[in-house]
Design a protein around this ligand. Structure first.
Ligand code: KIV
Length: 269
């Protein structure tokens, strides 16, 4: 089983691989493929729960999906992504919400969309034994304030991301997601801190890469410009559903091999 410590030891070897999963069958496939980290991302809001942003995702939804993923995962590190306003408002409530992901849902760590308000909280959680993955750059929980555009594109913003990356590494975060930032900023952050960086739309020089599973397998509704599609599951599903409908409508399903006849049950009345 992966631990935060074994992930740290991995830096410098092959790039770390991370993918999202929101349910047990998907987690099993991702885990069996040897992916290092499964992120139960709050991207489930758009990707799985039918919301139009990540903001409505609740602690209970995250808790239930994290537990499902953890039950199906043997080797990968399972990280629960803390929903909007479930952390950073009140320290005791933040600790309780994050702690439940480890204590009850069996996550190995939590991820916090980070900012100046999460430095002390990260330190406190780590002191309590709750490993924290930080997340800087585009943080979709700030969609109402910043939209979903690339971050760190001018020197002031880039320096702010660099300073926050250092502060979170010093506070004890075990890794840092860098989302939708220039590749040359991600490279400098990666060189400046001693915890692994995991990029999404952050170029090739991070210590690892993460994507949303729906985009990877071809189930994404609106695929971001930095994602790549490695399969076409949506077409496969459409074709299977069409074939099922046609077979039922034509009377071809269920066939004899799908039915069971009990000898004694004819002519009941
Ligand atoms: O919620 C999510 O899936 C994420 C990744 C995109 C890093 O935060």
């Amino acid at each position: 089983m992966a631990t935060v410590r074994s992930l740290r030891a991995k830096t410098g070897d092959e790039p770390i691989t991370m993918l999202t999963a929101y349910d047990a069958p998907t987690a099993r496939i991702v885990d069996e493929a040897g992916i290092d980290i499964i992120l139960v991302g709050d991207s489930m809001g758009n990707a799985s729960l039918g919301y139009d942003s990540t903001l409505p995702v609740t602690v209970e939804e995250m808790h239930s999906r994290t537990a499902a993923v953890a039950r199906a995962t043997d080797d990968a590190l399972v990280v629960a992504d803390m929903p909007f306003l479930s952390f950073g408002v009140d320290e005791a409530a933040s600790i309780e919400n994050c702690g439940r992901m480890l204590k009850e849902a069996d996550a190995d760590a939590v991820k916090l969309e980070s900012g100046p308000h999460t430095v002390e909280l990260t330190e406190r959680l780590v002191q309590l034994g709750i490993p924290v993955m930080a997340h800087l750059g585009l943080t979709p929980q700030r969609v109402k304030e910043l939209g979903l555009s690339r971050q760190g594109t001018d020197r002031d913003d880039a320096r702010e991301i660099m300073d926050l990356a250092k502060a979170h590494a010093e506070a004890g975060a075990f890794s840092l997601v860098l989302e939708h930032v220039p590749a040359n900023l991600a490279r400098q952050v990666t060189e400046a801190i001693d915890i692994p960086t995991i990029g999404i739309g952050a170029g090739p020089d991070c210590d690892g890469q993460v994507l949303v599973i729906n985009d990877v397998v071809g189930m994404g509704d609106s695929v971001p410009p930095f994602a790549a599609q490695f399969g076409d599951v949506k077409s496969e599903m459409e074709s299977a559903v069409d074939s099922y409908r046609d077979a039922v409508e034509a009377g071809d399903f269920p066939a004899e091999e799908h039915s069971h006849v009990e000898d004694d049950l004819d002519e009941l009345y």
